[in-house]
Design a protein. Structure first.
Length: 462
């Protein structure tokens, strides 16, 4: 029989249930290849031998597929459903199967990928073949029961998704703002940091552009003084006003001024929404003792992100399992110029690594033991600082497993201090992957809202 014939599929509405049952024994496996709409499922014996491959359009034919499962159970061959954890597309089918009392098992996508050539000698993969591989793996590979997320975790995930939505929009607005200022008012950055402070927003929202500020210098100074809540010194306020009058930038048209005002107003709205979401996340974290312990190490927002994507951190079998779930475990490259070199696998959610990376940067700013270990790394000495930060991030991920299980965070237990110089107290700025430096001490005139805004923008832009 040709390979094409082996992988041929029949429409779910044309399946002869009696003929399928006749080829099965006391039970069966139904392996489902998840897609957006074009689903394929293989009905196989308990030993993984496929007897029929069916296809159905989701959601139009999903009820027919579920009826097929019910018919198999009624005939005495209760199926076990096998799938891959492929995001949200498969959740509806998994949920409906579970609600009907069917056991739903998951197979790691990497196992399916690695087995693609093993079963038929061809390295390529397609939908029908994927179901055959899944059916075989269900009998030999490690699987785990599918469990829907708890309502608490789903609510947390929704809040994190809102935060990311606002942060991504805000980052796009910062890019537009920087382009406008570079053309029309390049001197503003010498007096205020538009990403760390918010007082300038009130000024540009009411007086959008250097010409408007120059026409009303006293009002501009009053706006800055009120927005800064007394934290902005008079010299800085006067410097902003004077730079508007002496700018080298191109004069703005009326339409460009209107655009600048609307852009700043939208940025203020997004920052307000971000602050509101952050307060909600902090309140949720404080209500849970485990998350509260984690928040003391990595912050409430990062804790919420990790728990919403990974679930209960202490529930993993070991610290290495949590590290692997984050995609921070090392794997060896086997081709090209990187052959033999180790890199992180990046198999977990990218947002988890993003926030953990930022948490590692904050740890390096405040913890002398972590900073000393980081600076002693060979990659740091060689100028590859991001690689050294990743090493700290991996250490931090492992430590969080112990913290989630009740241990107190102690950097001296996390890093080997025997060869570290902890007496010098040298604290260097940590350079992030995008080339900006995070200072260990904040400017004295920034407010609490400014500091929260800076953390949000760091998370959105890294």
């Amino acid at each position: 029989m040709s390979k094409k014939r082996i992988y041929s599929a029949v429409d779910v509405e044309r399946v002869d249930v009696a003929a399928v049952v006749g080829e099965l024994a006391d039970g069966c496996v139904v392996a489902v290849d998840v897609a957006k709409t074009k689903f394929v499922a293989a009905v196989a014996t308990r030993a993984g031998e496929v007897v029929r491959i069916v296809r159905f359009d989701h959601p139009r034919q999903t009820r027919t597929f579920l009826a097929l499962l019910d018919a198999l159970r009624a005939a005495g061959v209760t199926p076990v459903i096998v799938m891959e954890p492929t995001g949200t597309y498969g959740d509806v089918v998994a949920w409906q199967c579970r609600e009907r009392g069917f056991e739903v098992r998951m197979v790691a996508p990497k196992h399916t990928h690695d087995a693609s050539e093993f079963f038929d000698g061809v390295p390529s993969m397609h939908d029908a073949k994927a179901t055959v591989v899944l059916a075989r793996l269900a009998t030999v590979a490690r699987t785990w029961a599918w469990q829907p997320r708890s309502e608490e975790q789903r609510d947390l995930r929704a809040a994190v998704a809102r935060r990311r939505l606002y942060a991504e929009q805000l980052e796009g607005n910062y890019g537009q703002l920087e382009a406008l200022l570079a053309r029309h008012w390049p001197e503003l950055g010498e007096h205020v940091d538009v990403r760390e402070q918010r007082s300038w927003m009130a000024l540009l929202a009411q007086l959008p552009g250097p010409a408007a500020i120059t026409a009303a210098p006293a009002e501009a100074a009053k706006i800055l003084r009120r927005a800064g809540r007394g934290a902005l010194v008079q010299e800085r306020i006067q410097g902003v006003v004077d730079s508007a009058a002496q700018t080298l930038g191109l004069p703005m048209t009326a339409a460009e001024q209107h655009r600048l005002g609307e852009l700043v107003a939208d940025m203020r709205r997004l920052l307000t929404e971000l602050d509101r979401v952050d307060e909600q996340l902090r309140a949720r974290v404080q209500q849970d003792a485990t998350m509260n312990r984690l928040a003391r190490v990595i912050g409430a927002v990062t804790t919420a992100v990790l728990v919403s994507y990974l679930g209960e951190l202490g529930a993993y079998a070991c610290a290495g399992a949590l590290e692997k779930a984050c995609g921070l475990n090392l794997k060896e490259r086997s081709s090209g110029e990187h052959v033999g070199k180790l890199h992180i696998s990046k198999r977990g959610p990218g947002v988890v690594r993003q926030y953990l990376y930022l948490a590692a940067l904050r740890l390096l700013q405040r913890d002398p033991v972590a900073a000393a270990w980081y600076q002693a790394r060979g990659s740091y000495q060689a100028g590859v600082k991001s690689k050294a930060v990743i090493a700290v991030t991996r250490k931090l991920a492992r430590a969080l497993w112990h913290v989630a299980r009740g241990a107190e965070f102690d950097s001296r237990r996390l890093f080997d201090t025997r060869r570290l110089d902890l007496e010098s107290g040298v604290r260097e700025s940590v350079t992030t992957s995008c080339g900006t430096e995070k200072r260990a001490r904040r400017r004295p005139h920034t407010t609490a809202a400014d500091r929260r805004g800076q953390e949000l923008r760091e998370c959105a832009g890294s």
